[in-house]
Write a protein that binds this ligand. Structure first.
Ligand SMILES: [Zn+2]
Length: 970
């Protein structure tokens, strides 16, 4: 490298003197054969000069990236974009990024661009391949080799050895998953060009032995919106004068959670997964930016014990190689360990580890724009703010509106300036940081990772094969031999979704051809069988088992549980009986299954059984022009039991039949209406309220409603302040947002100037999903008053998760108190039991058990005043306080009620209300302490929210407290 470096410098000098000489001529004119062999292509002196200028300190660059070839006929980034990568105050829109890669691919056989789908907003999603002429020319062969290694059942060990001899690892790089982390998507263009054109021995070696594939921008919609925001606001920011507000949206629905999308709901993530399962890159490397100055992931504890132990050797090996190489170049602040752990399988690049490959990740120092900014790091001899060695606080990177990765970085900066065993050369002191520094760090790191891969390509491939083979073999040997998902469950639509989500990730599932008898029980023919002697057996176990968190003293970066059966309220039986491996099954060959519904009987009144399917609400909206009623009590027709909440529909049997079949529901046509009380299922005028500073959790609810075809209006403070909410809406839903009532009401702080979010000719990506002349200030107390009027005049206000602080703290539900857990309490997304206290309440239509699993969402600890005067003299009455009528569901609390994952301090939630239904004036407030619509995940709870929507004006209070009675004045 250093030889290459000095030669490059020599070249740069020569070219300044003889800029007109072509490379071939130069080789002759110098008469130096060694020089000519080392590089037949000249470097670009303009690049070297610019990069030197933009790099804020000499140690912030390496010999790998301080030069760039100027290859005749092949466009460099500057040739297309007009500037070198890393120029201050320059960010590239996605269309220009694509333009660059396509121009590069058109000019060299070493680059190929394939389109893999479309983003939510219609942008092309692509993967760019870069490699030697031979590699790119024979990509299909290389794809075939990796497919063979990915499924070890197709080859013997001897054959695998032959395949490994011929194969090359694909190393996948991905930038721009988080739109505020702008640098890597710029850097990757330069990297692609360098890999295609440079003739140094290192680059040649990489080109010959590795195929690099690139996701230029994982969330292109968010990229463009963030770039718009930067050019509108960020570019003018200086130290001490910032707008204080980020762009209200990245992608259509979510911010950072595109890296937590465990079920691949978002089209961009799904397209990459589909691509992955066709190409099987053994390594996927996701480039983020937040940590100081470059953190390289090594998979620290807590670790998922299902994954192959080999992986836990590979991860630190590569990370340590990068750290030592970059330290050798004199680049400070490169570290590993001590940040992200290896617990949740939901991060995007985890698709690789989940499929026997290797997830890799960087956090590179950077900002959401391209301004050069001052950084101040702690005293190297001082103690870090976080205490060194400990993992970063959970919550970092889980951010909603604000880039929480960045917040975590700030919190960690004190400790990041300290030397430790995993940070041998910390960055310290005060310095400017530029986007070119970010490019230098990212590109040097990635080239170093590629150097490692090119040194050991066969080891990488062999490990990939052995991990795949081990996955099949451990599946045969381990205690858990498979899973049965029984046929004939009460609601098969959630079973169908669960099966399809497993299939989406490539997990093999079969249907039992006959009744199944195993030690664990007897299951009907047609039951779904997941055998563990398959390449993705580890993933199947990870997704289906209950998560047993290894050490309650450890914190983690995201959720501790995701058990799919519990999340779906579907029965999934873990099987130890090895006979499951030999069961005769009909393999599911299609990507998805569809379990058709059925309408039997004859008559013009149709009853549709409500057994908890989320598709009931879709049926209601698809048939919105028909009169549909809900049965308030259970009834039977022949063999079919219709639980309370079942639909009774009159007329248009043919249309109802079509939809019932499509939606997988069970219906019977009756000769006459059932003799039970019924109420009409009117459709509410539904609004979702969103603050501007934190739109992600609202985005998940929007996504779910869109998927289930529930129309709504998304409203902001602008609409609330106009007043007369009752004139426009029947039900206003406040998804989890803000973190407190105060934040929900006052939202983004105003720093003296309005911050508009509006579309213009120049900024076409702003003003989408809502628009505002000024996103700061929140709805304020005037807005609170409008919400109060809405409720008092008959509106239904529904609050989820932390939004439930709002009605409690601002008096809209005066009897409800919202407290917080202690500092010791720690519950990163466990699944816990919740007890239904009012099973007859419409919210619980379709549920048949008293105790249901719910994801704990860290909302408020709700309690309802029971009418006992707390200021009265004398001791309180003996015994536990009565449970108020308005508490519909509660958390029993305690360690034994934690079903999956970690809840530290589980006694703190004992008997706290999980759902409260408080009448207020003519309306009511329904507070969920949890989040019944969390990401695209807790499908078993969605129905509680959907029932609330469908029965919004049929929720009756207890006789003792009729809805017409006003609550006492505050
Ligand atoms: Zn990130």
């Amino acid at each position: 490298m250093f030889l290459r470096e000095s030669l490059a410098r020599l070249f740069a000098c020569l070219f300044l003197l003889v800029p007109v000489l072509g490379s071939g001529i130069l080789a002759q004119s110098t008469g130096n054969k060694a020089v000519a062999t080392a590089s037949a292509i000249q470097d670009d002196p303009d690049f070297a000069r610019a990069v030197k200028e933009w790099t804020t300190r000499p140690e912030f660059i390496s010999p790998l990236v301080d030069h760039l070839p100027k290859a005749a006929g092949i466009p460099s980034p500057k040739d297309i974009l007009g500037h070198h990568i890393g120029e201050p105050k320059k960010l590239t829109y996605y269309a220009d990024i694509l333009k660059y890669y396509r121009a590069l691919a058109a000019a060299t056989p070493r680059v190929k661009v394939v389109t893999i789908g479309k983003s939510n907003e219609g942008r092309d999603l692509v993967v760019v391949f870069v490699g030697g002429d031979e590699s790119i020319g024979n990509l299909e062969n290389y794809r075939g080799y990796l497919a063979q290694l990915a499924d070890p059942r197709t080859v013997t060990d001897a054959q695998a050895k032959d395949v490994i001899d011929k194969a090359k690892p694909i190393y996948h790089l991905s930038g721009g998953l988080h739109s505020g982390e702008v640098g890597p998507s710029e850097m990757l263009m330069e990297l692609a060009y360098r890999l295609a054109t440079e003739d140094s021995s290192l680059i040649k070696q990489i080109r010959d032995t590795v195929i690099v594939s690139i996701t230029p921008v994982a969330d292109p919609d968010g990229r463009d919106r963030n770039v718009d925001w930067y050019y509108k606001y960020g570019i003018n920011e200086t130290e001490g004068r910032t707008t204080g507000a980020g762009v209200p949206y990245w992608g259509k629905y979510v911010f950072h959670d595109d890296n937590r999308d465990i079920n691949y709901s978002q089209v961009e993530m799904r397209a990459l997964l589909d691509w992955y399962l066709q190409w099987h890159p053994p390594i996927m490397h996701d480039l983020h930016q937040a940590q100081t100055l470059l953190y390289t992931f090594s998979g620290q504890a807590p670790q998922n014990p299902n994954l192959d132990p080999i992986l836990y050797g590979e991860l630190p090996a590569m990370a340590n190689f990068e750290m030592s190489q970059m330290t050798k170049y004199g680049m400070p602040g490169v570290w590993t360990h001590g940040f992200v752990d290896m617990w949740s399988p939901g991060y995007l690049a985890f698709m690789s580890s989940n499929h026997n490959g290797m997830i890799r990740m960087y956090e590179i120092q950077g900002f959401s724009g391209a301004n050069t900014q001052k950084m101040r790091l702690g005293n190297p001899n001082g103690t870090g703010a976080n205490g060194v060695g400990g993992p970063a606080p959970a919550g970092g990177g889980r951010g909603a509106g604000a880039p929480a990765d960045a917040a975590a970085a700030v919190a960690g900066r004190g400790s990041q300036a300290t030397r430790d065993w995993f940070r041998p050369l910390p960055a310290t002191g005060e310095f400017d940081w530029s986007i070119r520094n970010n490019t230098n760090y990212g590109e040097t790191g990635v080239l170093t990772a590629l150097q490692y891969t090119s040194q050991f390509p066969k080891i990488i491939l062999e490990n990939f094969y052995v991990k795949s083979r081990n996955s099949v073999e451990t599946g045969r040997k381990e205690t858990v031999a498979g899973y049965v998902i029984p046929a004939g469950q009460r609601d098969m639509t959630r079973v169908e979704r669960l099966i399809n989500l497993l299939r989406l990730q490539g997990i093999e599932i079969g249907r039992a051809s006959a009744e199944v008898k195993l030690t664990e029980g007897t299951f009907p023919a047609g039951s779904f069988i997941v055998k563990r002697d398959q390449p993705y057996s580890r993933l199947a176990k990870t997704l289906l088992e209950k998560q047993v968190y290894p050490d309650p003293t450890l914190r983690t970066y995201d959720d501790t549980s995701w058990t799919m059966g519990l999340m779906s309220h579907a029965e999934v039986k873990e099987i130890a009986d090895k006979k499951i491996l030999d069961l005769a099954v009909e393999p599911i060959k299609t990507a998805e299954i569809h379990l058709a519904g059925a309408l039997s009987g004859s008559g013009s009144t149709i009853a549709v059984a409500h057994t908890g399917s989320n598709n009931m609400i879709t049926l209601r909206y698809r048939l919105k022009d028909l009169t549909i009623q809900a049965a308030e009590k259970e009834f039977k027709q022949g063999d079919v039991t219709f639980p309370a909440g079942s639909f009774v529909i009159n007329g248009d049997v043919a249309r109802v039949r079509t939809e019932v079949e499509k939606l997988g529901l069970t219906a019977v046509a009756l000769p006459s209406a059932p003799q039970v009380p019924l109420h009409a299922l009117d459709l509410p005028r539904l609004a979702i309220y969103s603050i501007w500073g934190n739109t992600q959790e609202i985005g998940w609810v929007r996504y779910a409603l869109d998927r289930f075809e529930v129309p709504y209006e998304l409203i902001f403070k602008e609409r609330v302040k106009k007043g007369d909410l009752r004139g426009s809406y029947d039900l206003i839903l406040l998804p989890n947002q803000g973190g407190s009532g105060k934040r929900l009401v006052f939202d983004i702080e105003n720093r003296g100037q309005p911050i508009a979010y509006k579309k213009s000719d120049q900024f076409k990506n702003l003003g989408m999903y809502g628009e505002s002349d000024d996103i700061t200030g929140g709805m304020g107390l005037d807005g609170v008053a409008e919400f109060e009027k809405f409720v008092k005049s008959g509106g239904v206000l529904v609050t989820l998760g932390t939004a439930s602080y709002f009605p409690a703290e601002f008096g809209l539900a005066p009897k409800v108190d919202a407290a917080r857990t202690s500092a010791q309490f720690y519950a990163p997304g466990p699944i816990v039991n919740a007890e239904i206290l009012k099973p007859e309440h419409p919210i619980f239509y379709g549920y048949d058990k008293k105790m249901v699993p719910v994801r704990y969402a860290n909302g408020p600890l709700l309690s309802v005043q029971t009418g006992v005067n707390p200021f009265a003299d004398g001791p309180p009455p003996p015994g536990p306080p009565p449970t108020p009528q308005s508490v519909l569901m509660r958390y029993p609390g305690g360690d034994d009620q934690v079903l999956s994952g970690l809840m530290r301090g589980a006694a703190e939630i004992r008997n706290r209300a999980a759902i409260v239904d408080e009448p207020s004036g003519k309306g009511r407030v329904i507070l969920f302490a949890g989040n019944p619509c969390y990401r695209w995940q807790n499908f078993g709870e969605f129905n509680m929210l959907f029932n609330t929507v469908l029965n919004f004006n049929d929720i009756k209070s207890e006789p003792a407290k009729p809805a017409t009675t006003d609550t006492p004045a505050r």
